[in-house]
Design a protein around this ligand. Structure first.
Ligand code: PEP
Ligand code: CO
Length: 450
């Protein structure tokens, strides 16, 4: 890959005068401008060439030759930038990747919701507790989680902390994925702390033994491919805060084109995908692979317009539709979208997010999701693609490497009454390690029988 230092050349942010939903209201605009100027002078977190490489991988997904595994926290937090937490998330994704690659026999493109996922769109602007109403928490990049007036004031200095938190996370991710930890011969080591305690860990151990046998066989035949020693891993987040994303957008000196160098892939969320608003205009101007979340109100006409706006050259890999309809709607709503998009001749990647349409509040007040609903939405997604002869391109999930109790169900069952035990998310409920592995095995089965 050509490593290219993007120049800080000027460009016109054609999106900055358009309406943008979900942006923080900073009390001190001068302070914001100073921060943004400083951020614009910081080095890129990723290179344009890496974004192009991911686009090529996503093209394989769009064409039906690879599967996307995209996962990580709903909201990363500054406190969570520790070696242990990052390693645990990575380990979970590597284990899921191994399961999918081996059990479904498909190349897996691995993309974290990591190193930049610090900003959250919210359904309500305020939150009320015990009669006190304060601005809602919008992610560590905006304000504090703590329920006090002071902590909920948007602080632009947090944008710099977001950059530094993303940089240190990405640095460690790069070290883990290329420095030996992700070597396929470590396939057992990723499971060591886990295998004894959980049925999915034991199932994984069995699969790891098979992978080991295959590797030993290949070694005995005299081959020891370089591809097994490192893992290609990419970082993604929702491009929500346009002040931040614009400051991290640079002109690529090779091509003169714009890249958002805050992450390899960015996506536009369900609440900010208004066609004539700033987020879509921004996404249309940067060359990164782009995801768009499609909720149950999306029409086929909308989908076709996103293609027109974001992928006018019909470049496979450029556009990924991340479908999050809900388990009860996906079978009704998805077929028309897939049919009309396919008929238009566009080659997009279709990915299921089985999390965001399946959230509910438990009696205890915890926001949660049922593992069975998550699984059912994935099943519905696979059924629709099977029926239409199109490719179910991947899964987009919220997960953590820690043994939290945030979603109910799974092989190592978590009950509603258990939720309080380890409920640690800063936003939406995540699958824990065991639930994530269970899901990977079940998705691999669905893929095989597709
Ligand atoms: C998310 O991915 O965390 C999210 C908020 O999703 P959506 O935009 O689909 O609601
Ligand atoms: Co979420």
């Amino acid at each position: 890959m050509t490593v290219n230092l993007e120049s800080p050349a000027a460009f016109v942010p054609t999106w900055s005068d358009l309406p943008a939903a979900q942006q923080p209201e900073y009390p001190d605009q001068d302070a914001l401008r100073k921060v943004v100027t400083e951020l614009a002078s910081y080095p890129p977190l990723v290179f344009a060439g890496e974004c192009d490489q991911l686009k090529a991988r996503m093209a394989a997904v769009a064409k039906g030759d690879a599967f996307l595994l995209q996962g990580g926290d709903c909201a990363e937090s500054f406190d969570g930038v520790g070696a242990e937490q990052i390693r645990a998330k990575l380990k979970t994704l590597l284990q899921m990747g191994a399961v999918l690659t081996y059990a479904a026999s498909v190349p897996v493109v691995k993309v974290g919701r990591i190193a930049g996922q610090y900003s959250k769109p919210r359904s309500k602007p305020t939150e009320t507790r015990d009669g006190v109403t304060l601005p809602v928490y919008r992610g560590d990049s905006v304000n504090g989680f703590e329920f006090t007036e002071e902590s909920r004031i948007p602080d632009p200095e947090r944008l710099k902390r977001m950059y530094h938190a993303s940089a240190s996370t990405l640095n460690l991710v790069r070290a883990f994925t290329t420095g030996g930890y992700a070597d396929l011969r470590q396939v057992h080591a990723w499971n060591q702390d886990f295998v004894r305690s959980s049925p999915s860990g034991q199932r994984y151990e069995q699969l790891a033994r098979e992978i080991d046998n295959a590797l030993n066989f290949m070694h005995a035949c005299g081959t020891d491919p370089e591809e097994f020693k490192t893992v290609e891993f990419y970082a993604s987040h929702e491009a929500l805060l346009l002040d931040y994303e614009t400051a991290l957008t640079r002109v690529d000196s090779r091509t003169g084109k714009l890249y958002d160098v805050s992450g390899h892939m960015v996506w536009i969320g369900e609440r900010t995908r208004q066609m004539d608003h700033a987020h879509i205009e921004f996404a249309s101007k940067v060359q990164n692979p782009i995801g768009i979340k499609l909720g149950p109100t999306t029409t086929a006409e909308d989908a076709l317009q996103y293609i027109e706006r974001l992928d006018p050259d019909r470049e496979p890999g450029r556009l990924t539709f991340i479908v999050r309809m809900g388990a009860d709607k996906v079978r009704d709503k998805l077929p028309e979208l897939v049919e009309k998009v396919t008929a238009s001749g566009a080659t997009v990647a279709w990915v299921t997010d089985p999390m965001h349409g399946n959230t509910f509040e438990a009696a205890s007040g915890h926001k949660t999701r049922r593992f069975d609903d998550v699984l059912d939405e994935v099943k519905g997604f696979f059924e629709v693609h099977k029926e239409l002869g199109t490719h179910p391109g991947g899964i987009h999930v919220e997960l953590t490497g820690d043994d939290v109790t945030e979603c109910v169900g799974g092989g190592d069952e978590i009950f509603v009454d258990d939720l309080h035990q380890r409920y640690e998310t800063a936003c939406d409920p995540r699958l824990n390690r065991s639930q994530s592995l269970d899901l990977a095995f079940l998705v691999a089965e669905m893929y095989r029988s597709q």
